[in-house]
Design a protein around this ligand. Structure first.
Ligand code: SF4
Length: 330
């Protein structure tokens, strides 16, 4: 098909209505032709297509981002990092998006104000550029923004969060790589939820990023009926590591409006984490975290401490065996 591997062609031919395919359409349905070609995988389809189930429950701003917005489009919650919500546009709209309120109510981003703010905050050493998807910007526009951020002396690291590898891997063009190269170190943080998203095109795109000297980490959302299974997650994380991508975070699905059908109980999530810990190396293992109100991320692990008496701990190991450990004296 002419132009199929051209990202502009993909954006131009993206589907905003899928009802002719017998699927539920909403006003914010958005699917690239590439993504559509993967819809034989129910685990992929169900991330992007609504059901008939009406669910109005949930929070508009589950991470309390408004509270931490310092200037238009810049969120500063943790002391040493800041987050830029560069856009509300994505290549495809995930049904469980925690920023779905931005689809209609995005207040925009001011580069001038963000740079002024970052200049005044010398403790910030890392800037995460997110959205929406920052790669919806043209190469030059994105590079111009990054150049301005990079020119701030105390900013050591820039991270770009993107879903492009899963929904439009052709976005990782040679010209994008060339445009970003002068501003290293830039880390990519990719959003991927299921091993079916790892296609030949995904592999080519991730290889191109990594071979060009940009480290890549992954973020996954734990989604009921899609990846809430230790075998599926094991496959995903091990495949990512084989591709030189470090699984970084597995997030509990945020309490955004309409997300209830995707959410997994913490108790069940910790069982999955326990099984994973017993079966894969630490390198393949992401942190499991939930975002709690305005308190930020809480990292959770199954409890391995059974008791403590004097300075002796009783632990439970990965086989469920009880073990005793004498703690340090000083
Ligand atoms: S790619 Fe990220 S920001 Fe875009 S719809 Fe999906 S979860 Fe939301």
């Amino acid at each position: 098909m002419d132009g199929f591997k051209d990202w502009h062609w993909q954006v131009k031919h993206s589907l905003k209505n899928v009802s002719s395919l017998g699927l539920v359409s909403t006003e914010d349905t958005l699917v690239t032709p590439y993504l559509l070609s993967l819809f034989q995988s129910k685990a992929i389809l169900n991330q992007f297509i609504e059901t008939n189930e009406k669910d109005e429950k949930g929070l508009k701003d589950p991470l309390y981002e408004k509270k931490f917005t310092k200037v238009k489009g810049l969120i500063h919650r943790y002391p040493d990092r800041a987050l830029i919500v560069l856009t509300n546009k994505c290549f495809a709209n995930c049904r469980f998006c925690f920023r779905k309120n931005n689809w209609d109510n995005y207040e925009g981003f001011s580069l001038k104000k963000a740079i002024e703010y970052l200049n005044s905050q010398t403790q910030v050493r890392e800037v995460l550029i997110s959205g929406g998807d920052p790669l919806t910007f043209e190469d030059k526009s994105l590079a111009n923004i990054i150049e301005k951020i990079r020119s701030i002396k105390h900013i050591e690291l820039i991270r770009i969060a993107t879903r492009a590898l899963s929904v439009l891997p052709y976005r990782i063009s040679d010209s994008l790589i060339e445009a970003l190269k002068p501003y290293k170190p830039i880390w990519f943080s990719i959003h991927i939820n299921h091993p079916d998203e790892i296609t030949d095109d995904f592999i080519e795109a991730s290889g191109k990023i990594i071979d060009s000297g940009f480290p890549v980490v992954s973020q996954t959302v734990l989604l009921r009926g899609i990846n809430d299974d230790a075998f599926i997650l094991k496959e995903l994380f091990c495949k990512l590591v084989r591709l030189r991508i470090k699984p970084y975070y597995l997030f509990g699905c945020d309490r955004a409006v309409g997300n209830e059908r995707f959410r997994v109980k913490i108790e069940d999530a910790l069982k999955i984490i326990g099984l994973l810990r017993n079966n894969i190396s630490g390198l393949c293992m992401p942190f499991f975290a939930v975002d709690v109100d305005d308190g930020g991320k809480i990292i959770l692990e199954p409890n391995r401490i059974i008791s403590k008496k004097d300075n002796i701990y009783t632990f439970k190991n990965f086989e469920g065996r009880q073990l005793y450990y004498e703690d340090a004296k000083y």
